[in-house]
Design a protein around this ligand. Sequence first.
Ligand code: NDP
Length: 334
Amino acid sequence: MTDVPTGPFRAILVSRDENKNQSVDTTELTLDDLMEGDVVVRVEATTVNYKDGLAITGKSPVVRRWPMVPGIDCAGTVVSSDHAGFAAGDAVILNGWGVGETHLGAYAQYMRVNGDWLIRRPDAFSATDAMAIGTAGYTAMLCVMALERYGLTPQSGPIVVSGANGGVGTVAISLLSGLGYTVIASTGRPQEADFLKELGADEIIERSELSDPGRPLGKERWAGGVDVAGSHTLANMLAMTSYGGAVAACGLAQGMDLPTTVAPFILRGVSLLGVDSVMAAKPTREEAWRRLAQELDIKKLHSLSQTIGFADIVPTAHAIIEGDIRGRVVVDMG
Ligand code: NDP
């Protein structure tokens, strides 16, 4: 269905009162309520990312325009377009660019956005598949691309992945293992070891080995890392990276701080590679999605994702902040 809606449609709205107390409501919007943009998209699937959890719980200041429809990514179909690159009926993916933060987001049945933000959905993926990947999976690919650009190969040595059971972690393990890397998965949920091994992890280590305060330099255990946690986890990852290695850092699940020293950098030539998905340039995004379409094992993707309905978004947002979600959550918008 590619009709422009004439009546109201469902959305989740986070609002703030004059005392900055946040509330979350299910509401109805019309196209007139949406923000500026040259393309209207019917949202078919969206996801619950960690950042969506932060926005809905209010745990971190993700939302910077009030009220806000959260939801940082979607897969959908264009219903109307004044943008030269897109026409009604096109299957598209959207993530980042401040959607769900400064621009009304994906927890609504329709969005109006800047067509420059849209990516064509690869034929290999249904809307649900694309959101099983979502921002987390696409960020995992950006991390892999950063390590490759730096020059790491499977011959360089093992790669450690923190937050192994989370969205970025599960997809990173799957991608790295598919590329031939030896993968060390760090998790606070060792009971999920069998699942992580099926995804491609060769070794499982306890989260506390990285998340507790450590020494400036440790035994050289891996050639590189994908870190979703920040804080002591990233500091320890760097301290245990072998000479000339690199860690791609994308997250703050443990904390925003980075209690490290310069020792890994100046004594072992280790590099810290920053990864941002929100403002990544379009060619980088297209490359990441093209590679995901080619390299991500679709069976593994299905094994690491679960589908929920619109009504489950808010409780799931709380659960992801509590660290209770394994892998990826897709929201079927009906
Ligand atoms: P998830 O909640 O799905 O995964 C995070 C995982 O981190 C958890 O599953 C858990 O894994 C682990 N974890 C939780 N708490 C802690 C802790 N205190 N210390 C160490 N590890 C912890 O989130 P996502 O995978 O979607 O996102 C991960 C991070 O990456 C978030 O901080 C998110 O904001 C960030 N991010 C950044 C992007 C960017 O553009 N830079 C884009 C996408 C995500 P386990 O139980 O296995 O230990």
